[in-house]
Design a protein around this ligand. Sequence first.
Ligand SMILES: [Zn+2]
Length: 92
Amino acid sequence: MKGDDMGDVLAEYESSSGRKTYQILLGRDGVTYCNCPAWRFSKDRPRTCKHLDKYFAGKVQEHRPQAVEEDPVYDDGSVEQSVEQAIRELKG
Ligand SMILES: [Zn+2]
């Protein structure tokens, strides 16, 4: 396998012309790479491309390497608290 020196091949996608195959690679540094030109010239950090998008879209339940940590929507205790409150109300 060609990408072996970089890490594990997670997925392979054909280019739109079907002439090339691009590989999604998990590097030893934990970064997910793609070997297409779009990824290489991506201005995003971490870099992305349609192949990575596709790969991650198919793996929604798995942890993304670039975890979104600043999500203020859920407060950890709130769910448990409301359950407790509901139980208390049921018991009278
Ligand atoms: Zn790509």
